[in-house]
Design a protein around this ligand. Structure first.
Ligand code: FES
Length: 249
């Protein structure tokens, strides 16, 4: 059944208006492309555990959420920091390439996402256990000079105690990691409060990750295609429900 065209308009005019509307919709989600070390992947809508589009308003402040992006086996953290996360943080990969973090998105510019693969030896959340976690509360850690320090809104890897600052692009505050966690570029659609993942920037470690963990990932995700990219949707789950045990340090 064909759709009715608006009255008084020929087909060409109708198509032009549709194309203009599509372009406007796409623009409303477009963000300034982060400078340096950016890699675009398929745009993926974040959805909740019952497969509905996740709304930014659904994200509890300080909760540690997990989703997979850009591959079906590569976990990422999603966090509502509860306060705006400023952009313009200049960061550097281990290879010496600089890039600028986009900051938070959402109504309060407080929602951030990072790869949950530790930049040291690639510890990452698994169904059985997670040694790397977002810590919203105040915790103690050792800074880069091994001095006792305290902070909140950190991503803490308990394997060898790398600590990342979630408010500032996951820059390294302590431990052996030589670069920030790779950031996930998010987009926010004000019209429906939905969130999208668009790409990554910073020091991606996916190739090394697949090389090291492919056999385990095949078992955990029940697929031989561990480097398949996620599709147009990716599910968000609280980390507490995603994995049985969280190791906190
Ligand atoms: S793997 Fe995270 S600190 Fe070593």
């Amino acid at each position: 059944m064909s759709k009715k065209q608006p009255r008084g308009m020929n087909r060409r005019g109708f198509v032009k208006i549709c194309m203009t509307a599509l372009a406007a919709g796409a623009q409303s989600l477009a963000l300034a492309r982060p400078k340096g070390q950016y890699k675009a992947y398929q745009r993926s809508l974040l959805i909740d555990e019952v497969q509905r589009p996740l709304r930014a308003a659904d994200l509890l402040v300080g909760e540690n959420y997990i989703f997979h992006y850009p591959y079906v086996t590569t976990p990422c953290f999603l966090v509502n920091l509860g306060a705006p996360a400023k952009p313009q943080v200049e960061l550097r990969t281990e290879a010496g390439d600089s890039y600028r973090w986009q900051g938070g998105v959402g109504p309060n510019a407080a929602i951030v996402a990072f790869s949950a693969i530790c930049a040291h030896k690639m510890t990452h959340p698994a169904r059985a256990v997670s040694f790397i976690n977002y810590r919203h509360e105040r915790v103690r850690f050792q800074d880069k000079r091994r001095r006792a320090s305290e902070g909140s809104q950190l991503i803490h890897c308990c394997s060898e105690k790398s600590v990342y600052d979630a408010r500032n692009g996951a820059r390294v505050l302590g431990g052996p990691a030589k670069q920030p966690l790779a950031a996930i570029q998010l987009a926010y659609d004000e019209s429906n409060d939905n969130l999208y993942a668009l790409g990554t920037y910073g020091g991606e470690m996916f190739d090394k990750f697949f090389a090291k963990f492919a056999a385990r990932l095949q078992l955990e995700y029940l697929t031989s295609d561990v480097d398949r990219q996620v599709g147009a949707k990716t599910e968000v789950t609280p980390l507490d429900r995603y994995c049985k045990t969280r190791i906190l340090c």
